[in-house]
Structure formats: C-alpha cells, structure tokens
Design a binder for this molecule. Sequence first.
Ligand code: F6P
Length: 341
Amino acid sequence: MRIGVLTAGGDCPGLNAVIRSVVHRAVTHYGDEVLGFEDGYAGLLDGRYRPLDLNAVSGILSRGGTILGSSRLERDKFRAACENAKQLAEEIGFDVLIPIGGEGTLTAARMLSDAGLPVVGVPKTIDNDISSTDRTFGFDTAVGVATEAIDRLKTTAESHQRVMVVEVMGRHAGWIALESGMAGGAHGICLPERPFDPADLVTMVEERFARGKKFAVVCVAEGAHPAEGTMDYGKGEIDQFGHERFLGIGTALAHELEHRLGKEARPVILGHVQRGGTPTAYDRVLATRFGWHAVEAAHRAEYGKMTSLRGTDITMVPLKDAITELKTVPKDRMDEAESVF
Ligand code: F6P
C-alpha cells in the first residue's frame, strides 16, 4: 500500500510523533510506502511530497512542530480541487491519505472522502475542541506551558501587588483557560463559552486585597468576550481562513481592571509559546497511538473515519460526527471551577 500523510492547520506538539508512528507501523509491519506531503493540503494539490522511510522519521518523537510543514486551508480553492481528488491520487499514486489536523483539516478530509478519496483522519489541536474524541494531543502540552506561566506570574504579581491577566489560546472553546486556570490556581477564569462581567473580577480582586492577599491572576481565553454592555470591546473581522481576528482581550481586560481598580494590572499574552516546543509524555503517547491506529484502519479499508480517544481506548469515528459541532466547555465543568469565574 502507498500511504500519503500530511499535517495541516496550526501546528501542535505531537504531530511528528504521529508521522513517526505511521511510518513505523506502515513500513515495518506492512511493508508499505509512505509519502509525506509538504505544507499541508498545499503540497497535496501541488504534488509536492517526499518519501518517508524509517531514517526520515528518526529522532523526531520529541520534536515540536512538524517535519512536513503546515499551512491553513483556503476553503474555496480547496473545494474546486476536490473535484479532481481521485485523479490527483491516481497521478501521484497513493492508495489512502492520512491528514492530521484540526476542524478545518478534518472538514477538508471529509470533502475529499465524499469526493471518493480513501481517507483516514487523525485529529489534533491544542484547543481540544474536536467532538468525538475525549482529547487531542497537543492540549496537555499547552496546558502545561500555561500552568507554568501562571505559577511564575503569581510570584512576580505578589512582589508588586499587581493583577496579572494571562491570555491563553482558545478560539471557540476555553479548555486551555479552564484547565491551566484550575491547575495554576488562577483567581479568575474567562472563557469564550460564558461572557464575563469585569465587575465580578473587580469584586474578586478587592476582596482578595481586603483579606491581605495583595495580588491576583486572571486567566482569559483569547476568544472570551465581556457580556454586552459591561465593557467596551468590539469584534474583529473575519480573515481569509474564516477565523475572527481577535482584538486582544488580555490587554483590553488588563487596562479595564487597572482603570476600575486603581491598581496596576499587566497583560501577558502567551500566544504561540503554547504551541511550540517538545510535547509532553502524554501527548507523545496519544499521538503515537493515533498514528498506529490510523494505519490499521487504512488496512481494514475503514475510510471516512478518524481516530478517537474514548476513555483509554482508541476507536474509529465517522469524520462527519467530528466536524458538525465543536466540543466546548460544558456547564458542569464550569461549575466545578465556579469559585474562580
Ligand atoms: O487552532 C489552534 C490555534 O492555536 C488557536 O488556539 C489559535 O487561535 C490559532 O490556532 C492561531 O492560529 P495562527 O497560528 O494561524 O495565528
């Protein structure tokens, strides 16, 4: 069998672990050939690929990023290319495609699958917002980075009696803010799923200062918004990939709190630090298992599906179930962290 593999969308710690695992299982167990498309779907459409053998994936397990490169998808261009998907596979000469990516990548995978191309998807995103899988690799790493940042910010905040507003990634789902906020013991957490009122944060900070705790850390997801009428904060434009351009809630909220409290407040934007660097052991293991199961699914001709973690088991689920809605933070998970909302 000839297996094509690609990584698309925002990169994520653990991508290389999947590539390595696919190559190991495919080459060593099945005697397959693996082709790595460069820069995501762009490489597939332009026919840019290279063979991946055991040497090509040696030493990449612990490496962040992706050895294949990645790019975001321009959906209109892609839609047009889908019409020739089967012909493309015949020309390049591969039997099955394993795209590794988030919601956009899996939507594209579904389109290719509908167009008749054999596809087995592997979900990834640090945001952990893909339905039909309990976890995506990359999330654990991002939560670890954000938690360490909160730990560090607490000591400097305390020294200067400041409020620190840490902005973490999380476009539509606040999983990183929720879990790093809980793990780091943030005093306030703001998620995209629940518009917040800055007045509640002001009350929280004042109460802390009143009982002698003269600092506070607020963890805010980049996609969080204030409740209507509570603070001046607009909505950004939509870019060519269909993403809202964020206006910087961390900075806006820090200014707002400083103004309302009359105390120093500083924004800290963690940004792509959360996505770069070496994956945690948990993410390496999950990524490796996903790669192994993707190859198995390819050999069972279980197409139009993606790997999924359910409890501790890996199962295959239809791609269509994974992309119909995003997995956002449910109310009961927010309630567990309520004291800090
Ligand atoms: O989807 C993953 C993600 O890291 C989001 O959390 C974030 O909003 C986005 O990617 C950033 O994308 P880019 O790297 O294109 O700026």
